[in-house]
Design a binder for this molecule. Structure first.
Ligand code: ADP
Length: 129
């Protein structure tokens, strides 16, 4: 199983420091160099659950059976597909991956693997519509 790095820092506007862990996955987690994403491309990062804002969470109910099945699976084999996250001015927003996010919460996991794309406030407004 791969090991992912999360370093905590008190410098800067964010209270934690994340570095990309894999730009792509070969399914084994082995032999893939840690690297920054190609400019503009998504980065794969472990992000603390409480650093991901979920503005639409209260408007969409998760299927509890799906969440339970995901909890079992994630407990057994880990998260196989990162959730998509939008980063706008240093703040992370999640609009999808709701069941995986809740499964992590219920399992008491502190972080979740995310595919992070940068966006503007306009991108954010588009997602909020
Ligand atoms: P979500 O709201 O999180 O997208 P869905 O039920 O719509 O929930 O989809 C579950 C997703 O979780 C699928 O894309 C599946 O590939 C992915 N996934 C990631 N890790 C696992 C895992 N360990 N077991 C089952 N599905 C997983």
């Amino acid at each position: 199983m791969a090991t992912f790095a999360l370093s905590i820092s008190h410098a800067g506007p964010r209270s934690f420091c994340l570095r990309p862990i894999r730009a792509s996955s070969n399914g084994t987690g082995a032999g893939v160099p840690f690297s920054k994403p190609k400019s503009g491309g998504p980065a794969i990062m472990e992000i603390p659950l409480d650093k991901i804002r979920r503005p639409l969470m209260r408007t969409r109910a998760n299927d509890p059976t799906k969440v339970k099945e995901l909890m079992e699976s994630i407990r057994l084999i880990g998260l196989q597909e990162p959730i998509d996250v939008l980063e706008v001015e240093g703040v992370y927003y999640g609009f999808s991956g709701c069941h995986r996010y809740e499964a992590h919460q219920r399992l008491g996991l502190p972080t979740i693997r995310c595919k992070v794309r940068r966006g503007t406030k306009e991108t954010l407004r588009h997602h909020m519509r």
